[in-house]
Design a protein around this ligand. Structure first.
Ligand code: FES
Length: 243
């Protein structure tokens, strides 16, 4: 079990910045895209459950420390300068192939923050990147094309790597959007954002996700899963996209 100390550098309040905060931490604590840290402020007795923080952009090295944009539901008591105890990096992250040249990112809940580290990695390896979302997102690199989710059927034919972000309560949206539409050759992964109160320490089961191979823990087996493992016969009684 690896623990580190970190510190809130900046709380980001503007929606266009995508992330929630910038965090100073040792470089060994930096999660890979899709992985997370469990963080808590040891000086606050009201914090009984740690906060899951996802890597959400591009980190910067400065004066021997790493400044990391992170996304998560921050406690109100966290302010610039708040010292944090960090555990991690935890979980299975995205496995972006070095050969991927056409990357489709899909933010099904609107906010692409947890997908953004893939933008940096993808651009470094010369890939084209398109973000599909129901809402336009500000503050993305100009090289990233943005498309409405209604155009995703074209993206599924174009891409050679697909990364999706969805919250656990919206998993029933997957089937109408992706079932029978994923080309066999398309590498496809999905990050399931679920409450992860124990981060695998107590096996509480709160983060359980149904997969083709049975129940899995988002905190340990995920939060990134193979997309095809999550395409189950879930409820269809929801609004579907018009395409
Ligand atoms: S958060 Fe407790 S088992 Fe996953």
């Amino acid at each position: 079990m690896v623990h580190y100390k970190g510190r809130i550098a900046e709380v980001l309040l503007e929606e266009y910045q995508n992330a929630s905060a910038r965090l100073y931490c040792p470089s060994e604590a930096v999660p890979r895209p899709g992985q997370y840290l469990q963080a808590h402020g040891p000086d606050n007795p009201m914090e009984v459950v740690p906060t899951s923080l996802f890597f959400a952009g591009e980190n910067e090295e400065s004066k021997g420390a790493t400044s990391l944009p992170v996304a998560g539901q921050l406690p109100e008591s966290w302010q610039p300068g708040t010292e944090l105890l960090l555990r991690g990096p935890l979980g299975r992250g995205f496995e972006l192939s070095k050969r991927a040249r056409r990357i489709a990112l899909v933010a099904l809940d609107g906010n692409p923050s947890r997908l953004l580290p893939l933008v940096s990695d993808g651009l470094r390896q010369g890939a084209e990147i398109t973000l599909f979302s129901e809402e336009a997102s500000n503050g993305l690199p100009i090289a990233v094309e943005q498309q409405n989710l209604k155009e995703l059927h074209k993206g599924l034919k174009w891409a050679d790597y697909l990364a999706v972000d969805i919250s656990v309560e919206n998993l029933e949206r997957l089937e109408p959007i992706f079932a029978k539409r994923l080309p066999a050759a398309l590498a496809a992964e999905i990050l399931v954002a679920a409450p992860m109160p124990c981060g695998g320490m107590a096996k509480c089961g709160v983060c359980t996700v149904r997969t083709r191979s049975g129940p899995r823990l988002a905190c340990e087996d995920g939060p990134v899963f193979e997309m095809r493992d999550l395409l189950l016969d879930r409820s269809f009684n929801i609004g579907t996209l018009n395409w």
